[in-house]
Design a protein. Structure first.
Length: 214
């Protein structure tokens, strides 16, 4: 007896569920309209791409394209919900007094702004560390000045003097000497004693006092 009652109620439930699933909402096809529009932002009227447009009445929806345009089949009196990330969800009711089969709108969404309290992040764990860093700070010793100081001629010459020669440097030196000999091939080598540029540089260094410093 109990098994028969359980089977009866189970069949009744499955039958009702199947009927609701096949035809969940009754739609009068004579009242259908082509509902379309563009979703824009209320601030600068820019298009909102890929906005979700959901018809709560018939429980169907679409997504707008890259330009915020959408088009769907609806009925007068349906309630639509527009949702987009970063904006407030907005509702719109299609007028039930429409006489045409087409209806278009421009729907605007408002920014969903949430003001959070200001948080200031400091690179020092305590006030004492901040005071110590402030006293030891060198405001005019920035990265550019440090790079110029490290790349000065004196520092580069000092670093080069401490480097040991290797096979690569020896090869480059030998190759440069061979290239230099090509300028005086099959003739006497050049004598810098008669080089006017060398004499001009010597006189310029003598007037500037560079020879005295050396």
């Amino acid at each position: 007896m109990k098994f028969s009652l359980c089977s009866f109620f189970l069949c009744l439930f499955l039958t009702s569920y199947g009927q609701n699933k096949v035809n969940p909402v009754k739609i009068d096809t004579n009242k259908l309209i082509q509902f379309s529009g563009v979703v824009v932002s209320e601030g600068d009227l820019s298009a909102l791409p890929y906005t979700t447009v959901f018809d709560k009445t018939i429980r169907r929806g679409v997504i707008s394209d890259y330009y915020g345009f959408f088009s769907m089949v609806a009925m007068p009196g349906d309630t639509l919900f527009f949702s987009y990330i970063g904006y407030k969800t907005s509702a719109y009711v299609i007028p039930d007094t429409l006489t045409e089969k087409r209806y278009s709108i421009i729907h605007m969404l408002q920014h969903d702004t949430l003001n959070l309290p200001t948080v200031t992040v400091y690179p020092w764990p305590s006030r004492e560390d901040f005071a110590r860093a402030f006293v030891d700070m060198h405001p005019y010793d920035d990265a550019i000045r440090r790079a110029q100081r490290e790349l000065s001629g004196e520092n580069l010459a000092f670093a080069a003097a401490r480097l040991e020669g290797d096979a690569g440097n020896a090869y480059l030196t030998t190759r440069n000497m061979a290239y230099t000999k090509l300028y005086s091939n099959n003739q006497l080598p050049a004598n810098n004693l008669f080089n006017p540029y060398s004499w001009a540089k010597l006189i310029q260094d003598w007037k500037a006092g560079k020879l005295a410093k050396q």
